[in-house]
Design a binder for this molecule. Sequence first.
Ligand SMILES: [Zn+2]
Ligand SMILES: [Zn+2]
Length: 170
Amino acid sequence: MYVCRNCGLQYVSDEAVMCTRCQAPKGEGGQYCPCCGAPVRQPMQNVCLNCGVEMQGYGNTSTKSKVAAGVLGLFLGCFGVHNFYLGYIKKGIIQLVISLSGYIAYFATVIGVAVSQTSDNVSKTLIVLALVALVYFCVSVIGVGIWAFVESIMIFCGKIKKDGKGRFLK
Ligand SMILES: [Zn+2]
Ligand SMILES: [Zn+2]
């Protein structure tokens, strides 16, 4: 939702560029929080004390493009790159950590097997460990890959249409 910063009227559409009651252009005025509609008490205040959003520029068009975000999600999505790009840092970090942990587990055991092979006896434990790591690798990377793929589709068809600061994507 978007609330007129001048008179506090809630916009019918987030895409509207002007208030239909007071005719103030979107974002003009400083009496109300554009996100939750709470009255702003201190004139210089920029973060809403009720909902915590940054009020200046809230609801404006983002500098981030929808196409770029979607393409990043398709190709580098398993590392959360599209979420970093859009400013959804927490989600990006979660995706990155899950994927990286899969890669690290996999390569660590591959190196382990390679090293123990040179000493002529690969222990059974290590082989089991390598298989477990391989399964974990597949599950984590494919899992995050599917997650990112779904997000890319949602970005392309406009289900995800705002960046991390609530601005509409280009
Ligand atoms: Zn208004
Ligand atoms: Zn608010």
